[in-house]
Design a protein around this ligand. Structure first.
Ligand SMILES: Cc1cc2nc3c(=O)[nH]c(=O)nc-3n(C[C@H](O)[C@H](O)[C@H](O)COP(=O)(O)OP(=O)(O)OC[C@H]3O[C@@H](n4cnc5c(N)ncnc54)[C@H](O)[C@@H]3O)c2cc1C
Length: 419
Protein backbone atom coordinates (compact mmCIF):
# COMPACT_ATOMS: atom_id res chain seq x y z
CA UNK A 1 0.00 0.00 0.00
CA UNK A 2 1.25 3.50 -0.84
CA UNK A 3 1.41 6.49 1.52
CA UNK A 4 -0.69 8.81 -0.65
CA UNK A 5 -3.61 8.38 -3.06
CA UNK A 6 -5.61 10.69 -5.28
CA UNK A 7 -8.82 9.18 -3.81
CA UNK A 8 -9.44 6.92 -0.81
CA UNK A 9 -12.90 5.30 -0.72
CA UNK A 10 -14.21 4.06 2.63
CA UNK A 11 -16.49 1.05 2.12
CA UNK A 12 -16.21 -1.66 -0.55
CA UNK A 13 -19.95 -2.16 -0.94
CA UNK A 14 -21.61 -1.68 -4.30
CA UNK A 15 -21.47 2.14 -4.00
CA UNK A 16 -17.74 2.34 -3.24
CA UNK A 17 -16.82 -0.22 -5.88
CA UNK A 18 -18.99 1.36 -8.57
CA UNK A 19 -17.43 4.77 -7.82
CA UNK A 20 -13.92 3.26 -7.92
CA UNK A 21 -14.60 1.60 -11.27
CA UNK A 22 -15.99 4.80 -12.80
CA UNK A 23 -13.08 6.89 -11.46
CA UNK A 24 -10.68 4.41 -13.07
CA UNK A 25 -12.65 4.51 -16.33
CA UNK A 26 -12.11 8.29 -16.33
CA UNK A 27 -8.36 7.74 -15.91
CA UNK A 28 -8.22 8.30 -12.12
CA UNK A 29 -6.63 5.00 -11.15
CA UNK A 30 -4.67 6.22 -8.11
CA UNK A 31 -7.51 5.02 -5.89
CA UNK A 32 -7.58 2.93 -2.71
CA UNK A 33 -10.83 1.25 -1.59
CA UNK A 34 -10.85 -0.01 2.00
CA UNK A 35 -13.35 -2.11 3.89
CA UNK A 36 -13.28 -3.25 7.49
CA UNK A 37 -14.72 -6.65 6.51
CA UNK A 38 -14.96 -8.85 3.46
CA UNK A 39 -16.59 -8.02 0.11
CA UNK A 40 -20.38 -8.39 0.41
CA UNK A 41 -20.28 -8.11 4.23
CA UNK A 42 -22.42 -4.93 4.27
CA UNK A 43 -25.93 -4.34 2.93
CA UNK A 44 -24.66 -4.93 -0.62
CA UNK A 45 -24.23 -8.63 0.07
CA UNK A 46 -27.44 -8.99 2.06
CA UNK A 47 -30.15 -7.47 -0.14
CA UNK A 48 -32.93 -8.73 -2.40
CA UNK A 49 -31.23 -7.75 -5.67
CA UNK A 50 -34.29 -5.84 -6.88
CA UNK A 51 -33.76 -3.31 -9.67
CA UNK A 52 -36.72 -1.11 -10.64
CA UNK A 53 -37.64 2.26 -12.09
CA UNK A 54 -41.12 2.41 -10.53
CA UNK A 55 -40.72 5.28 -8.06
CA UNK A 56 -42.83 8.32 -7.17
CA UNK A 57 -40.07 10.92 -7.66
CA UNK A 58 -38.95 11.95 -11.12
CA UNK A 59 -35.29 12.01 -10.05
CA UNK A 60 -35.44 8.38 -8.91
CA UNK A 61 -37.36 7.26 -12.01
CA UNK A 62 -34.87 8.84 -14.42
CA UNK A 63 -31.79 7.61 -12.51
CA UNK A 64 -33.15 4.10 -12.30
CA UNK A 65 -34.03 3.96 -16.00
CA UNK A 66 -30.34 4.56 -16.62
CA UNK A 67 -29.31 2.00 -13.98
CA UNK A 68 -31.49 -0.71 -15.55
CA UNK A 69 -29.74 -0.09 -18.87
CA UNK A 70 -26.36 -0.48 -17.13
CA UNK A 71 -27.58 -3.74 -15.52
CA UNK A 72 -28.62 -5.04 -18.92
CA UNK A 73 -25.08 -4.57 -20.28
CA UNK A 74 -23.20 -5.39 -17.07
CA UNK A 75 -22.45 -9.07 -17.78
CA UNK A 76 -21.00 -8.28 -21.21
CA UNK A 77 -18.99 -5.29 -19.97
CA UNK A 78 -17.63 -6.99 -16.84
CA UNK A 79 -17.51 -10.56 -18.14
CA UNK A 80 -19.38 -11.93 -15.13
CA UNK A 81 -22.86 -13.43 -14.87
CA UNK A 82 -25.05 -11.40 -12.51
CA UNK A 83 -28.21 -13.45 -13.23
CA UNK A 84 -30.07 -10.31 -14.37
CA UNK A 85 -33.66 -11.27 -15.12
CA UNK A 86 -36.24 -8.72 -16.29
CA UNK A 87 -39.49 -10.22 -15.02
CA UNK A 88 -40.90 -6.82 -13.98
CA UNK A 89 -42.06 -5.47 -10.61
CA UNK A 90 -45.69 -5.87 -9.59
CA UNK A 91 -46.77 -3.38 -6.88
CA UNK A 92 -49.99 -4.12 -4.95
CA UNK A 93 -52.04 -1.63 -2.91
CA UNK A 94 -54.85 -2.40 -0.49
CA UNK A 95 -56.33 1.03 0.33
CA UNK A 96 -57.89 3.83 -1.68
CA UNK A 97 -55.26 6.32 -0.48
CA UNK A 98 -52.36 4.10 -1.58
CA UNK A 99 -54.12 3.33 -4.86
CA UNK A 100 -54.41 7.06 -5.61
CA UNK A 101 -50.71 7.51 -4.89
CA UNK A 102 -49.84 4.52 -7.10
CA UNK A 103 -51.94 5.96 -9.91
CA UNK A 104 -50.15 9.32 -9.69
CA UNK A 105 -46.74 7.60 -9.65
CA UNK A 106 -47.66 5.42 -12.65
CA UNK A 107 -48.74 8.56 -14.55
CA UNK A 108 -45.39 10.21 -13.86
CA UNK A 109 -43.51 7.03 -14.79
CA UNK A 110 -45.32 6.90 -18.14
CA UNK A 111 -44.46 10.55 -18.80
CA UNK A 112 -40.83 9.60 -18.11
CA UNK A 113 -41.02 6.88 -20.78
CA UNK A 114 -41.62 3.78 -18.62
CA UNK A 115 -43.91 0.99 -19.80
CA UNK A 116 -45.77 0.96 -16.45
CA UNK A 117 -49.42 -0.04 -16.57
CA UNK A 118 -52.13 -0.07 -13.91
CA UNK A 119 -54.03 -3.29 -13.19
CA UNK A 120 -57.18 -4.19 -11.31
CA UNK A 121 -57.09 -7.09 -8.83
CA UNK A 122 -58.44 -9.46 -11.47
CA UNK A 123 -55.84 -8.32 -14.04
CA UNK A 124 -53.06 -9.07 -11.53
CA UNK A 125 -53.85 -12.75 -12.06
CA UNK A 126 -53.00 -12.48 -15.73
CA UNK A 127 -49.42 -11.85 -14.58
CA UNK A 128 -49.25 -14.07 -11.47
CA UNK A 129 -52.26 -16.46 -11.41
CA UNK A 130 -51.19 -17.81 -7.98
CA UNK A 131 -51.88 -14.46 -6.23
CA UNK A 132 -55.01 -14.24 -4.08
CA UNK A 133 -56.22 -10.80 -5.14
CA UNK A 134 -58.90 -10.40 -2.46
CA UNK A 135 -58.45 -6.94 -0.94
CA UNK A 136 -56.14 -5.70 -3.71
CA UNK A 137 -57.33 -2.19 -4.63
CA UNK A 138 -54.99 -1.43 -7.53
CA UNK A 139 -51.66 -2.71 -8.87
CA UNK A 140 -48.94 -1.43 -11.18
CA UNK A 141 -46.58 -3.38 -13.39
CA UNK A 142 -43.44 -2.38 -15.27
CA UNK A 143 -42.05 -5.27 -17.34
CA UNK A 144 -38.57 -3.70 -17.55
CA UNK A 145 -37.85 -3.90 -13.80
CA UNK A 146 -35.93 -6.97 -12.65
CA UNK A 147 -33.64 -8.75 -10.22
CA UNK A 148 -29.92 -9.56 -10.07
CA UNK A 149 -27.78 -11.78 -7.87
CA UNK A 150 -25.94 -9.13 -5.81
CA UNK A 151 -22.62 -10.86 -5.06
CA UNK A 152 -21.22 -11.18 -8.63
CA UNK A 153 -22.21 -7.56 -9.19
CA UNK A 154 -19.68 -6.54 -6.50
CA UNK A 155 -17.10 -9.02 -7.73
CA UNK A 156 -17.51 -7.66 -11.26
CA UNK A 157 -16.88 -4.07 -10.19
CA UNK A 158 -13.99 -5.12 -7.91
CA UNK A 159 -12.23 -7.18 -10.62
CA UNK A 160 -12.70 -4.52 -13.28
CA UNK A 161 -11.51 -1.68 -10.99
CA UNK A 162 -8.45 -3.68 -9.92
CA UNK A 163 -7.65 -4.51 -13.54
CA UNK A 164 -7.59 -0.75 -14.22
CA UNK A 165 -5.15 -0.14 -11.33
CA UNK A 166 -7.39 0.52 -8.30
CA UNK A 167 -6.16 -0.98 -5.00
CA UNK A 168 -8.65 -2.84 -2.84
CA UNK A 169 -7.89 -3.55 0.83
CA UNK A 170 -10.41 -5.67 2.75
CA UNK A 171 -10.13 -6.20 6.53
CA UNK A 172 -8.82 -2.64 6.73
CA UNK A 173 -10.75 -0.25 8.93
CA UNK A 174 -10.74 3.54 9.30
CA UNK A 175 -10.20 4.33 12.97
CA UNK A 176 -9.83 8.10 12.73
CA UNK A 177 -8.68 11.12 10.73
CA UNK A 178 -6.14 13.91 11.07
CA UNK A 179 -7.27 17.32 9.77
CA UNK A 180 -5.84 20.81 9.45
CA UNK A 181 -9.21 22.33 10.37
CA UNK A 182 -10.32 22.62 6.73
CA UNK A 183 -9.47 19.27 5.17
CA UNK A 184 -8.53 15.71 5.98
CA UNK A 185 -4.75 15.36 5.98
CA UNK A 186 -4.59 11.62 6.71
CA UNK A 187 -6.64 8.55 7.60
CA UNK A 188 -5.67 6.26 10.48
CA UNK A 189 -6.16 2.65 9.35
CA UNK A 190 -6.02 -0.71 11.10
CA UNK A 191 -5.55 -3.99 9.30
CA UNK A 192 -6.89 -7.23 10.74
CA UNK A 193 -5.65 -10.66 9.74
CA UNK A 194 -8.45 -12.59 8.08
CA UNK A 195 -7.94 -15.80 10.08
CA UNK A 196 -7.58 -13.88 13.37
CA UNK A 197 -10.80 -12.01 12.60
CA UNK A 198 -12.62 -15.25 11.81
CA UNK A 199 -11.45 -16.71 15.14
CA UNK A 200 -12.50 -13.53 16.94
CA UNK A 201 -15.96 -13.70 15.39
CA UNK A 202 -16.34 -17.38 16.25
CA UNK A 203 -15.44 -16.57 19.87
CA UNK A 204 -17.92 -13.69 19.90
CA UNK A 205 -20.72 -15.87 18.62
CA UNK A 206 -20.34 -18.17 21.61
CA UNK A 207 -19.70 -15.35 24.11
CA UNK A 208 -22.27 -13.64 26.32
CA UNK A 209 -22.74 -11.01 23.55
CA UNK A 210 -23.48 -13.51 20.81
CA UNK A 211 -26.94 -14.98 20.82
CA UNK A 212 -27.11 -15.87 17.15
CA UNK A 213 -25.25 -15.60 13.86
CA UNK A 214 -23.02 -12.58 13.84
CA UNK A 215 -20.51 -11.29 11.34
CA UNK A 216 -17.41 -9.17 11.50
CA UNK A 217 -18.74 -5.64 10.89
CA UNK A 218 -20.72 -5.48 14.14
CA UNK A 219 -18.25 -6.84 16.66
CA UNK A 220 -18.67 -5.85 20.29
CA UNK A 221 -15.19 -6.67 21.56
CA UNK A 222 -11.93 -5.22 20.30
CA UNK A 223 -10.90 -6.65 16.95
CA UNK A 224 -7.52 -8.37 16.60
CA UNK A 225 -5.44 -5.70 14.83
CA UNK A 226 -2.39 -6.87 12.90
CA UNK A 227 -1.03 -3.49 11.86
CA UNK A 228 -1.84 0.22 12.27
CA UNK A 229 -0.73 2.80 9.68
CA UNK A 230 -1.89 5.97 7.94
CA UNK A 231 -2.46 7.14 4.38
CA UNK A 232 -3.29 10.53 2.92
CA UNK A 233 -5.56 11.43 0.03
CA UNK A 234 -6.63 14.42 -2.02
CA UNK A 235 -10.26 13.28 -1.71
CA UNK A 236 -11.90 10.92 0.79
CA UNK A 237 -15.16 9.39 -0.40
CA UNK A 238 -17.35 7.88 2.31
CA UNK A 239 -19.44 4.96 0.98
CA UNK A 240 -19.88 3.26 4.34
CA UNK A 241 -23.67 2.86 4.02
CA UNK A 242 -25.36 2.48 7.40
CA UNK A 243 -21.96 2.97 9.10
CA UNK A 244 -21.50 6.43 7.53
CA UNK A 245 -22.69 8.38 10.60
CA UNK A 246 -19.92 6.63 12.63
CA UNK A 247 -17.29 7.67 10.07
CA UNK A 248 -18.57 11.26 9.91
CA UNK A 249 -18.59 11.45 13.72
CA UNK A 250 -14.81 10.88 13.69
CA UNK A 251 -14.68 14.27 11.88
CA UNK A 252 -17.21 15.90 14.24
CA UNK A 253 -19.77 15.87 11.43
CA UNK A 254 -23.26 14.86 12.42
CA UNK A 255 -25.33 12.94 9.85
CA UNK A 256 -29.10 12.49 10.14
CA UNK A 257 -29.24 8.99 8.61
CA UNK A 258 -29.85 5.98 10.84
CA UNK A 259 -29.42 2.22 10.39
CA UNK A 260 -32.63 0.21 10.30
CA UNK A 261 -32.49 -3.58 10.36
CA UNK A 262 -34.22 -5.43 7.54
CA UNK A 263 -34.59 -9.18 7.51
CA UNK A 264 -34.86 -11.41 4.47
CA UNK A 265 -35.03 -15.13 3.72
CA UNK A 266 -34.78 -17.66 0.96
CA UNK A 267 -36.74 -20.91 0.41
CA UNK A 268 -35.90 -24.24 -1.13
CA UNK A 269 -35.71 -24.02 -4.95
CA UNK A 270 -39.00 -24.40 -6.84
CA UNK A 271 -39.81 -24.86 -10.51
CA UNK A 272 -40.02 -21.42 -12.21
CA UNK A 273 -43.54 -20.01 -11.63
CA UNK A 274 -43.06 -16.36 -10.61
CA UNK A 275 -42.18 -13.76 -13.26
CA UNK A 276 -42.05 -10.43 -11.43
CA UNK A 277 -40.87 -9.26 -8.03
CA UNK A 278 -44.13 -8.71 -6.13
CA UNK A 279 -44.23 -5.86 -3.59
CA UNK A 280 -47.20 -5.08 -1.36
CA UNK A 281 -47.16 -1.42 -0.33
CA UNK A 282 -49.58 -2.07 2.57
CA UNK A 283 -47.20 -4.18 4.68
CA UNK A 284 -43.75 -4.11 3.04
CA UNK A 285 -44.03 -7.70 1.81
CA UNK A 286 -41.91 -8.43 -1.25
CA UNK A 287 -40.81 -11.65 -2.92
CA UNK A 288 -39.22 -12.75 -6.17
CA UNK A 289 -37.94 -15.99 -7.63
CA UNK A 290 -34.21 -16.25 -8.18
CA UNK A 291 -32.73 -17.84 -11.28
CA UNK A 292 -32.03 -20.91 -9.10
CA UNK A 293 -35.72 -21.17 -8.15
CA UNK A 294 -35.62 -19.94 -4.54
CA UNK A 295 -38.29 -17.49 -3.36
CA UNK A 296 -36.36 -14.59 -1.82
CA UNK A 297 -38.30 -12.02 0.17
CA UNK A 298 -38.98 -9.99 3.26
CA UNK A 299 -41.56 -7.91 5.08
CA UNK A 300 -41.63 -4.93 7.47
CA UNK A 301 -41.30 -5.90 11.11
CA UNK A 302 -41.59 -3.28 13.85
CA UNK A 303 -40.08 -2.35 16.19
CA UNK A 304 -36.51 -2.84 14.99
CA UNK A 305 -33.53 -2.85 17.37
CA UNK A 306 -31.65 0.43 17.71
CA UNK A 307 -28.37 0.89 15.79
CA UNK A 308 -26.46 -1.53 13.58
CA UNK A 309 -27.93 -4.96 14.12
CA UNK A 310 -27.67 -7.82 11.63
CA UNK A 311 -29.24 -10.59 13.67
CA UNK A 312 -32.20 -12.67 12.53
CA UNK A 313 -35.45 -13.04 14.47
CA UNK A 314 -38.22 -15.63 14.71
CA UNK A 315 -40.76 -12.78 14.72
CA UNK A 316 -39.69 -11.94 11.17
CA UNK A 317 -40.21 -15.49 9.95
CA UNK A 318 -43.71 -15.64 11.45
CA UNK A 319 -44.72 -12.24 10.02
CA UNK A 320 -43.28 -13.02 6.60
CA UNK A 321 -44.90 -16.47 6.45
CA UNK A 322 -48.32 -15.04 7.30
CA UNK A 323 -48.06 -12.20 4.76
CA UNK A 324 -46.70 -14.45 2.01
CA UNK A 325 -49.30 -17.20 2.49
CA UNK A 326 -52.12 -14.64 2.51
CA UNK A 327 -50.87 -13.37 -0.87
CA UNK A 328 -49.93 -16.75 -2.38
CA UNK A 329 -51.75 -19.54 -0.48
CA UNK A 330 -49.82 -22.29 -2.30
CA UNK A 331 -46.61 -21.12 -0.57
CA UNK A 332 -47.87 -22.62 2.72
CA UNK A 333 -45.97 -25.87 2.27
CA UNK A 334 -42.66 -24.41 1.08
CA UNK A 335 -39.61 -24.68 3.35
CA UNK A 336 -37.41 -21.71 4.28
CA UNK A 337 -33.75 -22.70 3.97
CA UNK A 338 -31.91 -19.56 5.04
CA UNK A 339 -32.62 -16.24 6.72
CA UNK A 340 -30.35 -13.27 7.32
CA UNK A 341 -30.48 -9.52 7.95
CA UNK A 342 -28.81 -6.27 6.95
CA UNK A 343 -29.34 -2.57 7.48
CA UNK A 344 -31.23 -0.02 5.42
CA UNK A 345 -29.64 3.44 5.68
CA UNK A 346 -32.60 5.74 6.40
CA UNK A 347 -32.66 9.53 5.96
CA UNK A 348 -35.39 11.84 7.31
CA UNK A 349 -36.69 12.72 3.81
CA UNK A 350 -35.95 9.31 2.24
CA UNK A 351 -33.46 10.79 -0.23
CA UNK A 352 -29.70 10.11 -0.25
CA UNK A 353 -26.91 12.34 1.05
CA UNK A 354 -24.21 12.92 -1.55
CA UNK A 355 -21.43 15.36 -2.36
CA UNK A 356 -18.89 17.53 -0.58
CA UNK A 357 -19.39 18.48 3.04
CA UNK A 358 -19.25 22.13 4.19
CA UNK A 359 -16.30 22.68 6.55
CA UNK A 360 -14.30 19.66 5.36
CA UNK A 361 -13.52 20.38 1.76
CA UNK A 362 -12.01 17.04 0.66
CA UNK A 363 -14.67 14.83 2.29
CA UNK A 364 -17.38 13.53 -0.07
CA UNK A 365 -20.43 11.59 1.10
CA UNK A 366 -22.48 8.94 -0.71
CA UNK A 367 -24.88 7.42 1.81
CA UNK A 368 -28.53 7.39 2.89
CA UNK A 369 -29.71 5.21 0.01
CA UNK A 370 -32.56 3.72 2.05
CA UNK A 371 -33.58 0.25 0.76
CA UNK A 372 -32.75 0.93 -2.87
CA UNK A 373 -29.03 1.74 -2.89
CA UNK A 374 -27.99 -1.39 -4.68
CA UNK A 375 -29.96 -0.50 -7.78
CA UNK A 376 -28.83 3.14 -7.59
CA UNK A 377 -25.12 2.32 -7.42
CA UNK A 378 -24.47 1.59 -11.10
CA UNK A 379 -25.60 5.08 -12.09
CA UNK A 380 -24.47 6.86 -8.90
CA UNK A 381 -20.93 5.55 -9.39
CA UNK A 382 -20.78 7.51 -12.63
CA UNK A 383 -22.07 10.68 -10.97
CA UNK A 384 -19.68 10.35 -8.02
CA UNK A 385 -16.70 9.88 -10.35
CA UNK A 386 -17.73 12.97 -12.31
CA UNK A 387 -18.19 15.01 -9.11
CA UNK A 388 -14.71 14.07 -7.88
CA UNK A 389 -12.97 14.39 -11.25
CA UNK A 390 -14.46 17.75 -12.23
CA UNK A 391 -15.06 19.21 -8.74
CA UNK A 392 -18.36 20.45 -10.14
CA UNK A 393 -21.67 20.15 -8.31
CA UNK A 394 -24.49 18.98 -10.56
CA UNK A 395 -28.14 19.82 -9.92
CA UNK A 396 -28.58 16.28 -8.56
CA UNK A 397 -25.76 16.70 -6.07
CA UNK A 398 -27.00 20.16 -5.03
CA UNK A 399 -30.45 18.70 -4.34
CA UNK A 400 -29.09 15.75 -2.33
CA UNK A 401 -26.43 17.68 -0.34
CA UNK A 402 -26.14 17.32 3.44
CA UNK A 403 -26.72 21.03 3.92
CA UNK A 404 -30.45 20.67 3.10
CA UNK A 405 -31.04 19.30 6.62
CA UNK A 406 -29.44 22.32 8.34
CA UNK A 407 -31.28 24.69 6.00
CA UNK A 408 -34.63 22.92 6.53
CA UNK A 409 -34.96 22.16 2.79
CA UNK A 410 -36.05 18.58 3.15
CA UNK A 411 -37.19 16.94 -0.08
CA UNK A 412 -40.64 15.52 -0.80
CA UNK A 413 -40.64 11.92 0.46
CA UNK A 414 -40.44 9.01 -1.94
CA UNK A 415 -43.66 7.00 -1.50
CA UNK A 416 -42.62 3.78 -3.26
CA UNK A 417 -40.37 2.39 -0.54
CA UNK A 418 -40.38 -1.37 0.05
CA UNK A 419 -40.09 -2.84 3.51
C1 LIG B 1 -32.59 -6.97 3.56
C2 LIG B 1 -32.26 -5.89 2.57
C3 LIG B 1 -32.84 -5.91 1.31
C4 LIG B 1 -32.54 -4.93 0.38
N1 LIG B 1 -33.07 -5.03 -0.88
C5 LIG B 1 -32.66 -4.17 -1.83
C6 LIG B 1 -33.08 -4.33 -3.18
O1 LIG B 1 -33.83 -5.25 -3.51
N2 LIG B 1 -32.62 -3.45 -4.09
C7 LIG B 1 -31.79 -2.42 -3.75
O2 LIG B 1 -31.43 -1.63 -4.62
N3 LIG B 1 -31.38 -2.25 -2.49
C8 LIG B 1 -31.77 -3.10 -1.52
N4 LIG B 1 -31.33 -2.93 -0.24
C9 LIG B 1 -30.48 -1.78 0.08
C10 LIG B 1 -29.08 -1.96 -0.45
O3 LIG B 1 -28.58 -3.22 -0.06
C11 LIG B 1 -28.18 -0.83 0.06
O4 LIG B 1 -28.80 0.41 -0.18
C12 LIG B 1 -26.83 -0.85 -0.65
O5 LIG B 1 -26.27 -2.14 -0.68
C13 LIG B 1 -25.89 0.11 0.04
O6 LIG B 1 -24.62 -0.05 -0.52
P1 LIG B 1 -23.39 0.70 0.08
O7 LIG B 1 -22.21 0.31 -0.73
O8 LIG B 1 -23.72 2.15 0.23
O9 LIG B 1 -23.27 0.15 1.61
P2 LIG B 1 -22.76 -1.28 2.15
O10 LIG B 1 -22.94 -2.37 1.18
O11 LIG B 1 -23.40 -1.46 3.49
O12 LIG B 1 -21.21 -1.06 2.30
C14 LIG B 1 -20.67 -0.26 3.32
C15 LIG B 1 -19.33 -0.88 3.69
O13 LIG B 1 -18.63 0.01 4.57
C16 LIG B 1 -17.81 -0.79 5.39
N5 LIG B 1 -17.38 -0.04 6.57
C17 LIG B 1 -18.14 0.36 7.61
N6 LIG B 1 -17.39 1.00 8.53
C18 LIG B 1 -16.11 1.01 8.04
C19 LIG B 1 -14.87 1.52 8.54
N7 LIG B 1 -14.77 2.15 9.71
N8 LIG B 1 -13.76 1.34 7.79
C20 LIG B 1 -13.82 0.69 6.60
N9 LIG B 1 -14.98 0.19 6.09
C21 LIG B 1 -16.10 0.35 6.80
C22 LIG B 1 -18.72 -1.98 5.73
O14 LIG B 1 -17.96 -3.10 6.15
C23 LIG B 1 -19.47 -2.21 4.42
O15 LIG B 1 -18.92 -3.24 3.64
C24 LIG B 1 -31.64 -3.88 0.72
C25 LIG B 1 -31.04 -3.86 1.98
C26 LIG B 1 -31.33 -4.86 2.89
C27 LIG B 1 -30.67 -4.83 4.24
Amino acid sequence: MKKHYRVVIIGAGIMGLSAAYHLARRGITDVLVIDRGYLCGGASGRNGGGVRAQFSSETNIRLMRESIEICRDFATEMKINVWFRQGGYLFLTRSKAQAAQLEASAGLQKRCGLATRLLSGREVQSIVPEIDTQGVELASFNPDDGVVFPWPFLWGYAQAAEALGVELATFTEVEGFATDGKRITSLALARTAHDALAAHDRAERTSAHGRGPQLAPESHTERPVQERFSVSAETVLCCAGAWSPNIAKMLDISLPNVPHRHEICSTEPLKPWLGPLVADLSNGLYFSQSARGEIVGGVSVEPVPHGINQRSSVQFLATYAQALVRTVPSMASVKVLRQWAGCYDLTPDQSPIVGRVDGCENFVLACGFMGHGFMMAPVMGRHLAEHIATEETSALFAQWNLRRFAEGNLLKSESMIIG
